[in-house]
Design a protein around this ligand. Structure first.
Ligand code: 5GP
Length: 164
């Protein structure tokens, strides 16, 4: 049986505040948080509030098809943000985990040409990640259960129709 790292919503709340504190202590004040959907959306929202940054952009990247199974390469799905919006800005890329690091590298390379500065923040980073993020809450090599994806999607129940 493979080891699992279990993050709860409570644990996530503390993690994202601690991660933001590290970024603030480092003196980095991003103009834009770029979130990598879907897992990075939670992280981006938490960081943007904690860092008092009101500008969040989103990129959709598809890579994992199951636990430990991936496409050959991550792909950015349409619509991609307009890079013009990033010009001269300090950007913080937010994601849940840098595993292979391929997803973060894709988004980093997409942003880096156009911005003043780009740094990355993740809750978890694995030791084999080809990208070394500036801000990491915790290092692990286990498969992580995130609170938003540990349970399957809800299914519609019978007999739950509400009156208008
Ligand atoms: P990477 O491109 O760094 O290999 O993977 C990035 C994305 O894959 C993450 O944003 C996440 O959605 C998914 N992923 C990678 N490793 C894990 C893991 O240990 N647990 C979960 N739940 N998702 C993962």
């Amino acid at each position: 049986d493979i080891a699992r790292e279990n993050l709860t919503y409570d644990g996530f709340g503390s993690a994202v505040r601690e991660l933001a504190q590290t970024i603030a202590d480092d003196g980095y004040e991003p103009d834009i948080v770029v979130s990598i959907a879907r897992g990075g959306v939670f992280v981006a929202g938490g960081l943007a509030y904690a860092l008092d940054c009101k500008n969040i952009h989103l990129v959709n990247v598809e890579f994992y098809t199951g636990i430990g199974t991936t496409l050959e390469m991550p792909v950015m799905l349409a619509p991609v943000p307009n890079v013009i919006d990033f010009s001269g800005k300090k950007v913080l890329i937010a994601d849940d985990v840098a595993d292979t690091g391929k997803t973060l590298k894709l988004v980093h390379d997409f942003c880096v040409e156009h911005v003043a500065e780009v740094r990355s923040a993740v809750i978890y980073e694995k030791s084999h990640s080809l990208v070394k993020c500036e801000y990491v809450w915790k290092r692990t090599d286990d498969w992580i259960n995130f609170p938003w994806s540990v349970e399957p999607p809800v299914v519609r129940r019978e007999g739950q129709v509400l009156d208008a």
